[in-house]
Structures are given as structure tokens and as C-alpha cells.
Write a protein that binds this ligand. Structure first.
Ligand code: SF4
Length: 343
């Protein structure tokens, strides 16, 4: 039986990187797109109840979002397996195995719409991957699939431009979906600036990161992140740290850190990583080791489903206090040096 052109997309994991593309792609093919609701305590506990305790928080959240879509009555849920995005550049095993995980732990009346993108072992390309998805709905017109791909890139590029120019995630997404590009006026400076380093699913999910953007803004701190950088800037950051690319999401961590280490407007670095994440712990070690050469203070915040908000805020406040004091001391010293020169 032909599947209805209605697709559910979990608001988790790659949603925070590629949803604009998926919106453009499925929309062009005439789909109704349903996104799961924003993460709540229930999303986390529903997901956590179905997987082993050691699983990282983002995966528990993902499972919770699939359940949310099933509860909404969505029959076709998009769960791609993005194995490798370039030769010898891989996602972690949990991301690679998402369709298998969902198939095995989530029971209900729904179809998994899956396809595999693997630029290493299988060496398939994006169009093969998209065709595999479209064929599951009996869409075989290669011209229509190519048009949908182009539309996906248009929406994604528009979104990227807006985020790189400082528009917030939700606003940029809303505009990109309407086909609009709105560049916000340049923001006024704040007393201190930090680079927030982490994967999109950790820093943009307000429940996972406890809305850290808002908390820092309230503390009068300007926040920068990987999504405001171009691919060239992220590659430059990787080169600066002499780190070779292995993980698909390494640019968001290592490339971003490398870029902001040499950016004078950045007073400190905050990283957000998921408890139990192997790739993040390797990347973080690399970043911390190399940070010593650039004298930027670093705070690492680890999140899991038990992370308490009070402790989280206390650590951010203490770190920002220290950055304020450092900056004030530097300003006083440079004023004194200037006065000396005048004498
Ligand atoms: S990279 Fe880390 S946080 Fe992300 S899914 Fe894999 S183990 Fe979890």
C-alpha cells in the first residue's frame, strides 16, 4: 500500500543541524511535515525508560521524541542512518545505529523511514540516499528528487546565513521555512563574551542545556558558537589545533574551539558535553590540552538526565564572575601601562 505523504521528524540529534534541509526536501516533494514537541521532562523519562542507563542523554531524548510522534498518531517517522559524511569521517556508533535502536526498543504502530548515508565503506552519495528515502513513498521521478534536493540546499543555506549573522536558531528556522532571509542588526557589545562549544543537540535543546543562551544573556554575556562560523573558519580552527578529522561532528567542537582560541573578543570558553560520550571526551581532552597555549579559561559542563539546574547555574555564574574579574584586571593594567607611557 502506498504510504501517505506525511512524515514525522524527531526534534533531536541531526534536527539541529539539518532540519532546514529536510524541510526544503520533503516540502518540495509535497509532504506534510510534523515535528515532535520541544523536549520536556516527560520526553527524557520516556526515552530513558527504554534504553540502558549508560546511554548518553541525547539518544534518550531522541527516543523520547520518537515516542512523542507516535503519540501524535504519526505513522511514518524519519530515522536516517548517517554513517559517514566524507571518506573516513564517521558518526559515533549510536548515531549510526539509530534506526536499529528505534526498531528494537520502540514498539508501536509506525514505519521507520530510514536510509543510509555512508561515504566511506558504501561510498554512496547524497542523491542515492535521498532516492532511497523517496522510493519508500513510491516517488521514483529522479528530476523531482533532484529538485527537492536543490530546494533543501536553498532552505539550509538561507538558514545558515541567518544564524551566521547572529539570528537565533528558532527565528532563523521560521524565516528559512517561509523562504525569507532576514539579517538582524549588529548586536551591541556586552562586557564579556564566551564561546559556547557543543553539538547542536546539546546547546540548542533548551531542556538539555537548561536554556543556557538565555541564562548567559541575563548575566550580560554575549554568546558565540560553532553555527555562527563558516565551514572555512571551522576548518581553520581544526588546522590551528593540528587535529585530524575523524568524527563527523568534530568541527562543532574542535574546529569551533580552535577558531575562538585566537579570537580576541572571546574571554572564555564553555563546553557542553553529554555524560558518557566517548567522542566528546576525546575531543574535550584534545581541546583542553591545546587551550593552554592560548590562555583562554575553559569551563566544561556535563549533562545527563540527573543534572540539577541550581548546580549548573552556580558553575556558570562562578565562571563568568572570574571572567569579569580577569577582564577588569586586564583593563586596569593596560590603563596603567598607558599612563606610564604618557609620563
Ligand atoms: S556523539 Fe556522544 S553525545 Fe552524540 S550520540 Fe554519540 S555518544 Fe551520544
Amino acid at each position: 500500500m502506498k504510504k501517505e505523504k506525511r512524515i514525522g521528524i524527531p526534534r533531536a540529534m541531526s534536527y539541529y543541524n539539518y532540519f532546514p534541509f529536510w524541510h526544503g526536501f520533503f516540502n518540495k516533494l509535497g509532504f506534510e511535515i510534523i515535528i515532535s514537541d520541544p523536549t520536556t521532562k516527560k520526553t527524557v523519562s520516556d526515552g530513558a525508560a527504554l534504553v540502558v542507563t549508560e546511554t548518553c542523554l541525547p539518544i534518550k531524548v531522541y527516543v523520547g521524541h520518537v515516542i512523542n510522534l507516535i503519540d501524535k498518531g504519526i505513522k511514518n517517522i524519519f530515522v536516517p542512518s548517517i554513517q559517514s559524511i566524507a571518506p573516513k569521517v564517521y558518526n559515533c556508533s549510536k548515531i549510526r545505529g539509530l534506526p536499529d535502536l528505534i526498531r528494537n526498543v520502540v514498539k508501536g504502530d509506525f514505519n521507520i523511514i530510514e536510509a543510509t548515508l555512508d561515504k566511506s565503506e558504501k561510498n554512496n552519495n547524497l542523491i542515492d540516499f535521498l532516492t532511497e528515502i523517496a522510493n519508500q513513498f513510491d516517488i521514483t521521478d529522479s528530476i523531482a528528487i533532484k529538485d527537492a534536493l536543490k530546494n533543501g540546499f536553498v532552505v539550509q543555506n538561507n538558514f545558515n546565513v541567518m544564524v551566521q549573522n547572529g539570528l537565533e536558531f528558532d527565528e532563523a528556522l521560521k524565516n528559512a521555512k517561509k523562504g525569507q532571509v532576514i539579517i538582524p542588526p549588529k548586536k551591541t557589545d556586552k562586557p564579556i563574551s564566551v564561546a559556547l562549544i557543543g553539538h547542536g543537540y546539546n546547546i540548542y535543546d533548551k531542556k538539555v542545556c537548561m536554556d543556557i543562551f538565555k541564562k548567559l544573556e541575563k548575566m550580560d554575556v554575549r554568546v558565540y558558537n560553532a553555527y555562527q562560523l563558516t565551514v572555512e573558519q571551522l576548518k581553520g580552527g581544526m588546522n590551528l589545533l593540528h587535529s585530524s578529522l575523524y568524527w563527523a561532528n568534530q568541527y562543532e567542537m574542535t574546529g569551533c574551539a580552535g577558531h575562538y582560541f585566537t579570537d580576541n573578543k572571546i574571554d572564555g570558553i564553555i563546553t557542553i558535553t553529554a555524560f558518557g560520550c566517548g567522542p566528546d571526551s576525546l575531543m574535550l581532552e584534545d581541546i583542553k590540552r591545546k587551550a593552554k597555549n592560548y590562555s583562554k579559561p575553559i569551563l566544561n559542563l556535563t549533562v545527563d538526565e540527573h543534572t540539577g539546574e541550581a548546580g549548573f547555574i552556580t558553575r556558570i555564574e562562578a565562571f563568568c564572575d572570574m571572567l569579569y574579574r580577569n577582564k577588569r584586571a586586564k583593563l586596569i593594567k593596560s590603563k596603567k601601562d598607558l599612563d606610564m607611557v604618557k609620563i
